[in-house]
Design a binder for this molecule. Structure first.
Ligand code: HEC
Ligand code: HEC
Ligand code: HEC
Ligand code: HEC
Length: 126
């Protein structure tokens, strides 16, 4: 009887954990750095949803932007694409290379807002 109760209990707990969003999705906690051959730093801390909530960013296109011939398109966003899909390792014309794209986007806003980390080790946490 006891074993059956235990099995039932663990099934219930397992189900709750599996459907609870906190546990079922592997939420992004760092920016993937595997596109950089021989990355020199640990990947940058970035808890996507929590970050954007705390920073009060509602518009996805602040980071996931779309340009048409140099013009930023309002009301369009590119969250279905990765930064590396457009930003190659090397800069291409006005399109910054991958590392520059991240640093300008992330650090650029932190500097502008006077809020958020700007030191290497605050993002690339060992
Ligand atoms: C606001 C956060 C932030 C800060 C501050 C920052 N970086 Fe980064 N950096 C990133 C992100 C995001 C990437 C993209 C890949 C990743 O997650 O590491 C990146 C990529 C890199 C890369 C290319 C990938 C690699 O590991 O070889 C290097 C090198 C790098 N950063 C060095 C630095 C140095 C040096 C500093 C300080 C002068 C610095 N970063 C400050 C966020 C940051
Ligand atoms: C502060 C910058 C920023 C904002 C704002 C932002 N994102 Fe992202 N998002 C990122 C970065 C960086 C990545 C990783 C991209 C990469 O690896 O190339 C990412 C990845 C994603 C991914 C793919 C990875 C995953 O978690 O499944 C989705 C989907 C996504 N974002 C959706 C959104 C949506 C929807 C919004 C608006 C509600 C949004 N993002 C706002 C920076 C941002
Ligand atoms: C669909 C293609 C595309 C995607 C995806 C994309 N970008 Fe861009 N990005 C561009 C183009 C094109 C430009 C050049 C704009 C110009 O001509 O000035 C640019 C410019 C930039 C710039 C410099 C100008 C500015 O707006 O600040 C930064 C920084 C940047 N991108 C960061 C990112 C980051 C970070 C990501 C991923 C979260 C990303 N981009 C995803 C196409 C893209
Ligand atoms: C449009 C502005 C903006 C952009 C773009 C932005 N940030 Fe931030 N970030 C902030 C603000 C504002 C805070 C401080 C929020 C707070 O007070 O908690 C912050 C805080 C942080 C923190 C410390 C708090 C935490 O969430 O762990 C990290 C790490 C961070 N940002 C990394 C990044 C990275 C990596 C990127 C680029 C992929 C990025 N940020 C892009 C505005 C921005």
């Amino acid at each position: 009887m006891k074993t059956i109760a235990l099995v039932a209990l663990s099934l219930i707990i397992g189900t709750v954990l599996a459907i609870s969003p906190v546990w079922s999705q592997d939420e992004m906690t760092v920016v993937d750095n595997t596109d950089f051959p021989n990355a020199q730093r640990p990947p940058s801390v970035f808890v996507h949803d929590r970050h954007n909530e705390n920073a009060g960013i509602d518009d996805c296109a602040v980071c996931h932007h779309v340009y048409d011939e140099g013009q930023l398109l309002e009301d369009e966003s590119s969250e279905d694409q990765r930064c590396v899909d457009c930003h190659y390792l090397e800069r291409m014309g006005d399109q910054p290379g991958l590392m520059e794209a991240f640093h300008a986007n992330c650090k650029g806003c932190h500097e502008q807002e006077g809020n958020g980390p700007i030191l290497c080790g605050e993002c690339h946490v060992r």
